[in-house]
Write a protein that binds this ligand. Structure first.
Ligand SMILES: Nc1nc2c(ncn2[C@@H]2O[C@H](COP(=O)(O)OP(=O)(O)OP(=O)(O)O)[C@@H](O)[C@H]2O)c(=O)[nH]1
Ligand SMILES: [Mg+2]
Length: 223
């Protein structure tokens, strides 16, 4: 009887747990994003916005009404990117954070033309080209197959940022159209400012719904 009661109690009090992997180039705003997510979901917490470059990883678990989200923020410096792949097999969604103010002087229409093979004069695409290579590398890894992908066009509070639609057209669409990013997966591009918190809740909500939708392919653990 005790064991039955215990099993019923555990069933009633446990929740599904999903892992979210936050990736992106160094300085994109991943740790700031994690701080905002933590603060939004713990009533008395204040986000620590004085981040330093992450060497290794940060981990936080947030509790939503119907699930836990275990969020892994890993360092984006070049030398640390080799570690990312060890997280792919066990994650339920990937967030790729882009610094929308670090795209150089590029006219994105020109950039798009360039990717389509048209002759255009040399353009400075800031770190968008690097972003593209790095994201393609993530998506073509076998362990990341089918994992929902949220691209966050971060730093939308900055005057020199480019709009989300331009990140979508000049970068994300190209990744998906290219042969390396082609596999079918649930994906979305959303604007946000990790610094002010704008758009952070919407990002969490998208993740919540998509990991649930994909749970047959990537089942959660119980906690
Ligand atoms: N204006 C603005 N600055 C931001 C935003 N998000 C992050 N930053 C700033 O960008 C810098 C880098 O932020 P981090 O969150 O440490 O970047 P990261 O992606 O974790 O970097 P690594 O750990 O090196 O991979 C910090 O100075 C942040 O304050 C944003 O939405 N708007
Ligand atoms: Mg960091």
């Amino acid at each position: 009887m005790y064991h039955l009661m215990k099993a019923i109690y555990l069933h009633a009090t446990s929740k599904e747990e999903y892992s979210i992997l936050v990736l992106g180039l160094d300085n994109a705003g991943k740790t700031t994003l994690l701080e905002q997510i933590k603060a939004l979901h713990s009533p008395h917490a204040h986000p620590n916005l004085n981040t330093v470059p992450t060497v290794g990883q940060n981990l936080s678990v947030i509790s939503l009404p119907d699930m836990y989200l275990k969020i892994w923020d890993v360092g984006g410096q070049h030398s640390l990117r080799g570690l990312w792949q060890s997280y792919y097999a066990s994650c339920h969604a990937i967030v790729f954070v882009v610094d929308s103010s670090d795209v150089g002087d590029a006219d994105l229409a020109k950039l798009a033309a360039m990717h389509e093979g048209e002759e255009v004069e040399e353009v400075d695409d800031g770190r968008l080209g690097e972003c593209r290579l790095v994201l393609e590398d993530v998506l073509q890894h076998a362990d990341a197959e089918g994992v929902p992908l949220l691209v966050l066009a971060n730093k939308q509070d900055r005057e020199d940022c480019v709009e989300v639609v331009r990140i979508k057209e000049g970068f994300v669409r190209k990744v998906f159209e290219g042969e390396k990013g082609g596999a079918l997966r649930d994906s979305r591009v959303l604007p946000c400012s990790a610094l002010t918190g704008t758009g952070v809740e919407e990002a969490v909500e998208w993740l919540r719904s998509r990991v649930k939708w994909n749970k047959e392919h990537r089942p959660p653990s119980m906690r």
